[in-house]
Design a protein. Structure first.
Length: 52
């Protein structure tokens, strides 16, 4: 093992890939939480308006 250039480059590539996947999943989770919160607020507003 005289050269570790391949190991270092692959390690950097995999770390960026993992970082990208984590950021993508966190964005998707935040969007799904936002959608569920908005739908629950809309349903509560509909119930209040139907009660009037």
């Amino acid at each position: 093992m005289t050269s570790k250039k391949g190991f270092i480059s692959i390690s950097i590539i995999y770390s960026f890939l993992i970082l990208f996947l984590l950021i993508m999943f966190s964005i998707l989770i935040s969007y799904s939480n936002r959608i569920s919160m908005v739908s629950s607020i809309v349903n509560e507003a509909k119930e209040v308006l139907n009660g009037l």
